[in-house]
Design a protein around this ligand. Sequence first.
Ligand code: FAD
Length: 432
Amino acid sequence: LPVPGLVVIGGVAAGLSCATRARRIDPALPITVLEKGPVVSYGACGLPYFVEGQVRRLDDLIVYTPAYFATERNIDVRTSAEVVEIRHSSRQVVLASGERLPYEKLAIATGARPDLSAIEGSQLPNVFALQTLDDAARLLQFIKVSGPRRAVVIGAGYIGLEAAEALRTHGIAVELRTATGDVLGRRDSRLTAILEKHLATFGVQLRCSMPVREIVENCGELVVIATGVKPNVELAVSAGVTLGRTGAIAVTDRMETNLPSVYAAGDCSETRHLVTRRDVYIPLGTTANKTGRIAGANAAGRRESFPGVVGTSIVRVCGLGVALTGLSESQAKLEHFNPVRVTVDAKDKAGYFRGRPTSVELVADKGSGVLIGGMVIGEEGVAGRINVIATALTNRMTVEEFQELDLAYAPPYATVWDPLLIAAQQLSKLLH
Ligand SMILES: Cc1cc2nc3c(=O)[nH]c(=O)nc-3n(C[C@H](O)[C@H](O)[C@H](O)COP(=O)(O)OP(=O)(O)OC[C@H]3O[C@@H](n4cnc5c(N)ncnc54)[C@H](O)[C@@H]3O)c2cc1C
């Protein structure tokens, strides 16, 4: 048997961040990454833009190859290497081929898969998910060969919204169905109304509260299922790893599972929400990279912690940027805050610089005056503004502190009173 070292299961964001960080810290540690698929290190985030045509080749989404890891980082990355069992008592993983590999430290970075369980007919040839390179290739091939004129996208999370936009670029009329009354999981009727109107102008019909339970043949020409993902936890569970309240792997802030020397990171694990202080499941590439890094550092002997997330995300919806962080007003109520909210519709830069409408929402807790959520919608400057709010949330800033921030201004970029500061001033009045 090879010398035991760090074995990582899963070769995408979390797994490779973990392996790379461990290598930087310990140049002598034997590190093996086991990936069941045919490729590693690809950016699933780019898949909608491949379907759309902006990314020309799927290979452009692959960042590094196993050969690169072997020569540049001295990490043994194996593809088509599915782990079928973790034998923790003897510190071994068993591959589908029957091969056994010993480990001293193990990192589980098995990610997530589309949740197709609630919909019958998901195996039909005109039904697609959008999770892997192969999914995207098959979807684009279907569009080119079959030339569908209509499509139903099930789910209005960010993947459903991106898929809808991608299908529109092929001239396909899209119906976007949600099971609940809202979009982007935000419980925000104003956001839903804004997107419903915006999508309609681009030929996408948003139909909320219309759950799909079954897809029957010839129901429409193309169906994309984007109803969210389920963490891949079965392998870990059968080895005795404990799940958290969300159904993903429970981890400490050092990304340790309940089993000694076994770490978990990325989309298969939970994380801590810094606003609610509760464990949450928010599977995103940003967090997968960071938690993978922390798992790798600790597996290599350091003591490092991942503080948590504030739930920041951004998506382009038919040209409109929609960015969220923290809690919406109704989410805040469910979390037992006493929320106050303002919405400001302003220009994203000086009017004489063709300033375009932008909408900023801030949510604060009335008792403490601390900011607990925000949303920015607009064509430009959306990422910059949501990142300011996310920074404030991370640092538990009050509205008073936020409205004094020294934000940048020049006519091509902003207004002298940035929309964020206008919103904070208005919110401050409601707090007093
Ligand atoms: C269409 C799309 C768009 C996205 N856009 C964004 C975005 O804009 N911003 C953002 O932050 N995030 C985005 N994401 C999410 C992001 O891609 C994921 O959060 C990230 O890939 C998670 O990384 P991971 O390493 O935890 O898991 P994964 O990427 O799921 O990788 C896990 C790997 O483990 C392998 N594996 C599983 N079980 C085994 C086993 N038993 N043995 C061996 N290997 C195994 C799997 O084959 C897989 O390759 C997007 C995702 C999709 C699908």
